[in-house]
Every structure is written in C-alpha cells, then in structure tokens.
Design a protein around this ligand. Structure first.
Ligand code: AMP
Ligand code: MG
Length: 417
C-alpha cells in the first residue's frame, strides 16, 4: 500500500488553488512499486512500468515503398528515358535475388530491395515497350521510393517511456518489435462509498424522501477509465461509528478510499468526524467552482478523499484531486490537461482568485469557428448539465468577465478521465 505520513495533505491556508493542490499531491504521493506483465491485447490504458528500447530496427530491412521497378542508382536515366530488361520479381514477404547493373526488378510494396538496387520507379510512371522491357523516365532521384532499415526507429532507441499511459498506437509499436507482453504498473485499488441517509441504491426500494445514488456509479466509471480496480462498497448511512468502521476495515486492502457526500460542515455531515476517529483529516477549501470543500485524509497509511455530494461538484473535484492522486499512485508521467481554444458564445461574470468551470456545448458558427454555448442553468446538482454538454470551459483565477466572441479554453469530458 502507499505509505503516507499523517500530515501528508495538511494545508494551513484559507483557500487552496488548483495548482497548489496538484503540487501537494505530486510532492506527497509515492507510486506503487508492484508491476505485472500483461499481454498486448490487455495493455490498453495501462501505465508502462519500464522503458522499451527497440530490440530491432523498424523497418527491420530496407524495402520498397511502392509497387514498381527497382534499379541501381548508377543506372538512372539522366537526360532521356531508357529501357531496361526486367529480370526477376519480388513481392512482399519473398526473399530478393540480387540484380546486375543494367537490369530492373519488378517489385511490390513492402518487398525487400534486391541486392544491387537502391531506387524504385513507381509503376504509374513507367511503360513497357514491344520487347517487354520497362521504359524508365529521366529525372528520378537516387534512393527514391525506398524505406531504409531503421528509418522509422533505429535499433536501441527508447521508443516507449516508463510512466506513459499506453495507447493503441503504443501497443502497435510493441507488436512491431515482436514483443508479446509489456510490464505495467499494477492497477490502483480504490474503494468507493456513497454517504447519506437520503440515498437508495438502484434496484432497492426508494422511500419518498430518497433519491437513487448516482455519484457512486459516475465515480466508479471514471476510476475504471483511469485504469483502477474498483471495489463498490455501497452506501454508508449518516452515522459516524459504522462509517468509521467501514473505512477502517477496507483501508488495508486499497490504495485509495473515496467517498462522496457528507463533507460540508453541516451537523449531519459525519464523514469528517468518522475519519477523524480512525485517522487524520483536513478539509481542503479549494478555490474552484463548482466544488465544495474536499476532505483529504489518511486512514492506516491509505489516502482518503471525501468528495462533495452534489454531482457536478463531485465530478469537478474528482478531476482536480482524485485524478492527479490516481495518476501519481500509478507512477504516471504528469498528464497535462491542455485546454483547446474556442470562441465563447456567452457572457459571464465571476470572482477573481478562483477557477470556474462552465458546462458548455460546442457548435460550429457560420464562419466555421468552434463556439462554446453555455448550459442555461448553473446548479451543482443538475446531472442534466453534465449529460447534455460536451465539456467544461475553464476560466482561470485572473479572469473576472467573459464577453461573447472572446477566446476561452475548452476541456472535453473525454480528456478529463
Ligand atoms: P452532501 O454533500 O452530503 O451535503 O450532499 C449534497 C447534495 O448532493 C444533496 O442534495 C445530496 O442529496 C446529494 N447527493 C449526495 N450524495 C449523492 C449521491 N451519491 N448521488 C446523488 N446525489 C447525491
Ligand atoms: Mg449527505
């Protein structure tokens, strides 16, 4: 399990900026060390544990980039076209025989270059004469239409780096090297609880004053997208004792404990007291909107995060606190979230000194530019505001007003998990 000191997330200031929060996390969380070998088909999305150096050059042998005729550069027609006898034929996958000066070899894309040749004429650029000789035009450069061995990746080059999250193209590269498995960091184990007497689990009866628990399913899905192994531990009632016992019980088997709800400062918010009775806890008052206080703690050496209960606040704080911690635990290289510049179609006023996230839909304006259209309502409890939008416009601490037409930074939901 990740070993963290008790004061790991302590923070004294009144308000914590997003950058400060990410900085504290990066400094205090150490990556799990266990790795496992996974087959290529199971490697997508996993964090690579070790650098991969090319065990062979790519392409492994010099080959033709086109269908055509291979000749030696010394024979290239200079001023006017020239006819060559066609001696031999080499297709992809076949071994090439050597060619003599003055001869052309019929060749196909991906076939190895015959010894004695180094340039290929595209079949579209040549003709055959009455004697069956191939007539090659003047003007082609020596080495044209040939892919030299190692031009893509030279032997020994570090082509994949430890800490990167494997994508389909990275897996393709490992396969091109002839590898069958990759060493990855083991999955981060996360326990997820919802808290609140007002919650009913889907599939169980719902009392009149209850609503179905939705956050837990959102958080589990987001964690899975980050590659976590998730334990769904259901709903904890608003009661300090059982809540503390439940968290303490599973702390040892997980790398991270995550709850949603019950962390404001109301008297019915029992998460704070519950965690304090079995571990340490501080409330991070983050300078973001939407986003209420986030509880950060340690139970038996395992980090604990208590997210707010309002779905949108839960979503946004997940992105800024849970995601960086999960990535740090899994030894992932710092994954920058880069906002895409789009044109605002809305006017907005905000307080300076805090970061705000506006739920928006993208549309193409008449002039072709991408425009961000603000969701008409702002409540942090509106699930529809996440469902009916494409992403978040991020307004930095320094901004206080946005006018229509201004450039703003857009974060698509898919980039946030
Ligand atoms: P809390 O943070 O516990 O004060 O909850 C804030 C609001 O979010 C309340 O209206 C809760 O009913 C709602 N809420 C809390 N937990 C969940 C959940 N798991 N799913 C949906 N809504 C929730
Ligand atoms: Mg509650």
């Amino acid at each position: 399990m990740a070993q963290l000191s008790d004061d790991c997330f302590a923070f004294g200031g009144p308000l914590l900026s997003v950058d400060e929060a990410v900085g504290i996390i990066a400094a205090k969380v150490t990556a799990v060390q266990e790795t496992e070998a996974v087959s290529l088909v199971a490697a997508d999305g996993r964090i690579l544990a070790r650098d991969v150096a090319a065990p062979l050059p790519l392409p492994p042998f010099t080959n033709s980039a086109v269908d055509g005729y291979a000749v030696h550069a010394g024979d290239l027609p200079r001023e006017k076209e020239k006819a060559f006898p066609v001696k031999g034929r080499v297709q992809a996958g076949a071994a090439a025989q050597a060619a003599k000066p003055g001869e052309a070899v019929r060749i196909f894309t991906g076939a190895p270059m015959p010894e004695g040749t180094d340039t290929v004429f595209m079949q579209e650029d040549v003709s055959l004469d009455a004697k069956g000789h191939v007539v090659l035009p003047a003007g082609l450069k020596a080495g044209a239409n040939v892919r030299p061995a190692g031009e893509d990746i030279p032997l020994g080059h570090v082509a994949l780096k430890a800490g990167q999250r494997l994508r389909p193209q990275d897996i393709a590269l490992a396969a091109a090297f002839g590898l069958t498995e990759l060493d990855v960091v083991r999955r981060i184990r996360v326990a997820v609880f919802s808290t609140g007497d007002e919650l009913a689990s889907p599939g169980t009866p719902r009392a009149a004053a209850q609503l179905f628990d939705s956050n837990r399913f959102m958080l589990i899905a987001m964690l899975r997208r980050l590659g976590c192994e998730v334990s769904d531990l259901g709903i904890l009632r608003d009661e300090r004792g059982p809540l503390a016992t439940a968290l303490k019980r599973v702390a040892g088997e997980h790398d991270l404990l995550l709850t949603t709800g019950g962390v404001s400062t109301g008297e019915e918010d029992h998460v704070k007291a519950g965690v304090e009775s079995v571990g340490r806890l501080v409330l991070w008052r983050m300078a973001i909107k939407p986003g209420r206080p986030v509880a950060m703690g340690i139970i038996g050496g395992t980090p604990f995060i208590g997210l707010p209960g309002n779905p949108v606040a839960s979503f946004v704080t997940f992105v800024h606190v849970v995601r960086p911690i999960v990535l740090a635990l899994s030894g992932a290289a710092a994954a920058l979230i880069v906002a895409m510049p789009v044109r605002s179609a809305f006017a907005y006023k905000k307080k300076g000194g805090r970061r705000e996230y506006v739920r928006v839909t993208l549309r193409k304006a008449a002039d072709g530019a991408l425009e961000a259209v603000k969701f008409p309502r702002e409540g942090a409890g509106l699930l529809s505001s996440l469902v009916d939008t494409d992403g978040l416009v991020e307004l930095p601490e320094s901004v206080t007003t946005v006018e229509p037409g201004q450039t703003v930074g857009f974060l698509g939901y898919a980039n946030l998990m």
